[in-house]
Design a protein around this ligand. Structure first.
Ligand SMILES: Cc1cc2nc3c(=O)[nH]c(=O)nc-3n(C[C@H](O)[C@H](O)[C@H](O)COP(=O)(O)OP(=O)(O)OC[C@H]3O[C@@H](n4cnc5c(N)ncnc54)[C@H](O)[C@@H]3O)c2cc1C
Length: 371
């Protein structure tokens, strides 16, 4: 048994030890560790920054491979334009260090993803997103070691089924991401991408669609995130979390009509285009996409708050609590166990289900625990 509790490698700070813990600092070590572990047929787990993983109190009865590879390579992509670069990043690189680097290079496309904890290799797993940007818009490909074929291939982003906090990896594709390839442009004047998120635009004091400097975006995003406890800070127990604990549920528009009027809802499927037919013309059959139910995304934070679970709430005697800054984060306020985290998450889920008939789905990867 390893002597290192996984609570020290996860931002929720819960979880017992693994049977074996391998730290891979080079690409070769990472490949070797994965192949040897798979040959042994032991249970295995890939761990990056541990910011989206909740491990059981009794730990993990198998091998944990901790991905700590480092390195960024930049090449100009003259096939597209002199301002376009292909950036290859080792899976273990800290995501936010990559964002800071891209901004220092004047590269555009991930500035609003500042402050998201964790590794670059984990970013495609749930297609990270925040403040109007999403990895999928800049991800070109991943270099992948497949669990079953044991081959290394580059998989283009178009084959990764990237969606809202979703990808082929969340749907069961097993293996290790070794390298992440991004395509980033530069406008040459340190300008950001157009601001696409109302809260960020208002914090910057600009209209949606405006461009400001990359540095300004980073500063504003980090300030907004800090005010919600969404930037890791050892001095602030509200940041000992896995970020948003539940995903925003996607429901049919019909179902959403039964919710209170002030429940926020965001269209997921675009409005069908108006079609003009000459008078007297026969109305053709509508393509099936128009007859499918329209979908809307709801706010999990709103549902939790309006189910009566408020910021700072904790089950009496438990050290797990809803963040005092953000209803969607379950936090470890000091010495919480995984069982306490799960207990609170289950309570939140039950409250939302009984009030609104919606079962919230947890966002983090659950290892040895169930919600
Ligand atoms: C305070 C806070 C704020 C957050 N804010 C956001 C946010 O705004 N937006 C957002 O999308 N997420 C957010 N998150 C969630 C989290 O930071 C991201 O999901 C991040 O990408 C996880 O990276 P990680 O390296 O810590 O992953 P880990 O927790 O180590 O792993 C997550 C999953 O990815 C797998 N994995 C990790 N590395 C690899 C690899 N190289 N190859 C194959 N599989 C791998 C693991 O097995 C596991 O299933 C937040 C988390 C916290 C704690």
């Amino acid at each position: 048994m390893s002597t290192v509790p996984l609570s020290t490698l996860t931002t929720m700070q819960v979880g017992g030890p693994a049977r074996e813990l391998i730290t891979a600092t080079t690409r070769e070590q990472l490949i070797e560790a994965a192949l040897n572990t798979w040959d042994s047929n032991e249970p295995w787990l890939i761990l990056g920054g541990g910011s989206n993983t909740i491990v059981a109190d009794n730990g993990f009865d198998g091998t944990v491979i901790h991905v700590c590879t480092q390195g960024i390579e930049r090449q100009q992509d003259i096939s597209r334009s002199p301002n376009h670069s292909i950036v290859r990043v080792a899976a273990g690189m800290n995501w936010d260090e990559l964002v800071a680097w891209s901004i220092s290079e004047g590269l555009v496309g991930i500035e609003a993803l500042s402050g998201i904890p964790g590794s670059t290799g984990a970013a495609p797993i749930q297609n990270i997103g925040a403040y109007g940007q999403e990895l999928s818009t800049v991800l070109r490909a991943v270099e992948f070691l497949d669990r079953y074929t044991q081959e290394i291939t580059w998989i283009p982003a178009s084959e990764l089924a990237l969606g809202y906090r979703d990808s082929v990896f969340k749907q069961g594709k097993e293996g290790v991401i070794l390298t992440v390839e991004l395509g980033l442009s530069s406008y040459g004047n340190n300008q950001s991408a157009p601001i696409a998120f109302p809260q960020l635009a208002s914090a910057l004091g600009v209209e949606l669609g405006a461009q400001v400097s990359l540095e300004q975006v980073r500063r504003s995003v980090l300030a907004l995130r800090s005010s919600k406890g969404m930037v890791l800070n050892p001095a602030d127990p509200d940041t000992a979390s896995a970020g948003s604990f539940f995903m925003n549920p996607i429901v049919t528009e019909n179902f959403a009509r039964n919710l209170p009027e002030d429940a926020p809802r965001f269209p997921v499927t675009p409005d069908p285009q108006d079609r003009v037919l000459p008078l007297g013309a026969e109305v053709p059959d509508l393509p099936s996409k128009f007859s499918q139910p329209r979908l809307v995304k709801l706010s999990a934070a709103w549902l939790i708050e309006n189910a009566g679970v408020h910021k700072g709430y904790r089950i009496p005697g438990s050290n797990a609590a809803i963040s005092t800054k953000h209803t969607l984060a379950i936090t470890n306020q000091g010495g919480a166990t995984a069982a306490e985290v799960v207990g609170l998450a289950t309570y939140v889920q039950a409250m939302v289900q009984s009030h609104f008939g919606i079962i919230l789905r947890p966002e983090p990867n659950l290892i040895g625990v169930e919600i």
